[in-house]
Design a protein around this ligand. Structure first.
Ligand code: DX5
Ligand code: ZN
Length: 223
């Protein structure tokens, strides 16, 4: 049975990097359960953000579920470090890994939840044989690397077809959407089968956080 509770995972990429501990505390206080870490290496994507030492330092300040999106080449080299640092879920990009099954198996062996992300142009068939091993699939709805980009409409069809593939495969994987998500489109994306939503600019740009969470949740659940 696939868990269908709607989860909002705010992306720290749009938070105040000079006050990360306070931002995490404010998210928890506002009632958020997840937080999304956009790890960038300057190679898979142009930007560089944070690595395991930063995740580790902030783990002490937060009980939030750490949803760690690795936008890095050869993530296999860093799985143990991120999990030791406190990642609850590791998401690797199919485009960045040569031996994806081995990478997925290793994340599971290390005891974290496991997800694979697909760039907007990457076909769903990449995951055909892996779905039963995954806790989550991340559909990128912008090209990764930057916050504040516009949602790419063609990815809606990917979400719909992925939901069907998951059902047919008997997998319990949940669908996460990342990029350009807002209260304006969350309902449509939820209706297509996504349940976990990342939001950077449309969340952090609109404090207070408790009210903004309520706006997303209300929008997602309108009949
Ligand atoms: C993009 C990142 C996203 C980004 C989303 O590379 O993976 O998580 O922060 O930002 P918004 O919600 O502003 O599109
Ligand atoms: Zn992300």
């Amino acid at each position: 049975m696939i868990e269908n509770k709607i989860i909002l995972s705010p992306s720290l990429l749009s938070s105040d990097f000079g006050r990360l501990a306070e931002e995490l505390a404010a998210l928890e206080e506002a009632g958020l359960e997840w937080v999304h870490w956009d790890v960038m290496d300057g190679r898979f994507v142009p930007n560089i953000t944070f690595g395991p030492p930063v995740v580790k330092a902030l783990r002490k300040h937060s009980k939030l579920f750490f949803d760690v999106h690795l936008m890095i080449q050869e993530p296999d080299r860093y799985l143990a470090e991120f999990i030791d640092a406190g990642a609850d879920l590791l998401c690797v990009h199919a485009e960045a890994v040569t031996h994806l099954e081995r990478c997925v198996a290793e994340i599971r062996r290390l005891g974290a939840q496991c997800a694979v992300a697909l760039n907007p142009h990457t076909p769903l068939c990449m995951l055909e044989h892996l779905l039963p091993e995954l806790d989550m699939v991340l559909i990128m709805s912008v090209n990764p690397g930057f916050g504040g980009q516009s949602f790419l409409p063609f990815t809606k069809d990917k979400i719909r077809r992925l939901a069907q593939m998951i059902q047919e495969s008997g997998s319990n994987a949940r669908i996460q959407v990342d990029g350009g998500v807002s209260p304006e489109n969350i309902k449509e994306l939820a209706d297509l089968g996504a349940t976990i939503f990342v939001s950077g600019s449309a969340f952090f740009g609109h404090p207070p956080y408790a009210e903004r969470l309520a706006t997303f949740m209300t929008a997602a659940s309108i009949a």
